[in-house]
Design a protein around this ligand. Structure first.
Ligand code: ZN
Length: 160
């Protein structure tokens, strides 16, 4: 909510010029989706999986971008507090003390912008189609990342 305020954008409304970069896949991710209306399907939400409580708000029209991060997350000396104490602190502390804000420049390649699929190639190993330049080149041949770098899954062969 603070990030949207800093961007001068209305909450809970879709803004076609807004892209958010999420660095965490925990509860904060759902909060960001709810107040920005940005979604992966619209390509307006980019999940970076950095494991950090931070999000960048990027205005595609103006190039303006701010990165908002949890000021407490980086404090190593943080004393243990209960959930109730934490909620109380969040309610009572001004947003500018809860968060660090940095003005940043975003590098977003064209194929990652919203809109129709830019290009696609067929993987030279598995033959599956890979869109939006998510492939890699090995010896001049296109490979999907699954074939090039190893995958999160293994195909189980049916025994007959
Ligand atoms: Zn492949």
């Amino acid at each position: 909510m603070y990030g949207m305020e800093l961007m001068g954008m209305e909450l809970n409304k879709r803004h076609k010029n807004l892209i958010v970069f999420l660095e965490i896949d925990r509860c904060m991710a759902d909060a960001v989706q709810a107040v920005t209306k940005c979604t992966m399907g619209k390509r307006s939400l980019k999940q970076m999986y950095y494991g950090k409580f931070a999000v960048t708000f990027y205005n595609m029209d103006t190039g303006e971008a701010i990165r908002v991060s949890d000021a407490d997350a980086n404090r190593k000396d943080k004393e243990k507090e209960t959930k109730e104490e934490m909620r109380k602190r969040f309610r009572e502390t001004p947003a500018e003390e809860l968060f660090n804000v940095e003005r940043v420049k975003v590098n977003l390649p064209n194929p990652q912008l919203p809109g129709a699929m830019h290009t696609s190639v067929f993987c030279s190993v598995c033959g599956e189609k890979v869109g939006d330049e998510r492939h890699v080149l090995r010896g001049g041949k296109p490979l999907c990342r699954s074939c090039a770098e190893g995958s999160y899954y293994e195909v189980i062969e049916d025994e007959e």
